[in-house]
Design a protein around this ligand. Sequence first.
Ligand code: OOG
Ligand code: MG
Length: 258
Amino acid sequence: MTGHVGELATRLDDAARDRVAEQQLSADHDLSLAEAYAVQHALVSRRLGRGETRVGVKLGFTSRTKAAQMGVSEVIIGQLTSRMHVEEGAEIWLGAYVHPRVEPEIAFRLARNIDPQLWTGNVTEAVNAVAPAVEIIDSRYRDFRFNLADVVADNTSASGFVVGAWQPLPASLDNRGMVLELDGRLVQSGSSSAILGDPLRAVAAAIRMAGRYDIPLRAGDVLLAGAGTPAVALVSPGTVSATVSGLGRVRFRVTSVR
Ligand code: OOG
Ligand code: MG
């Protein structure tokens, strides 16, 4: 590869730290998917080196409307760290981000450490709880634009996540309404079936992809299945909430003053 994995990871890490959008890596690097995941690992390692811990994984582009919004058509996996976790009801500061967006998600909790090579394919053995969630994505790239390798290298725009009350896994999770509201105003609505036809399929997809790209899966980890609708830009203070029918609502606040 021309350029170095560590150097590219530093570029993206600095962009997040300085909250200044960076030029797409694809402008001067033709990264393969494997190289892009190597950059993602280096980026996450930098966070771990600062004392953050790995707390889960997330899928991207599991929903067609979401993939269409970004012009990317392949499912990707990213890594969640402790610093990205936002408590339900807590307040985030807009100034901490480059150009944040929010999207309604479904979160699963891993029931055990999973070795993808040994996994039997039984979803109910892999996860033991589900919750409504909001993902805060924040591309480190200019204009929130990227190709597949760019967004993989940038840890799939992972920036924050808020998880509501955990509950036992119901028999089915498809065909559930998913709604995103800003200050009580409906801004997106969709169905959980948009997520790979059934969000439970996201569990299998995440395990497969974690195996392929060497991402650990541990008991208690959060697994974000991917947005059920396109994302919405977060530009002003207020309250963000996501509701998933039958799973309830999760809420947090946004402020423009520190
Ligand atoms: C990439 C992340 C996609 C999802 O839920 O589909 C994603 C992006 O859109 O910036 O998190
Ligand atoms: Mg997402």
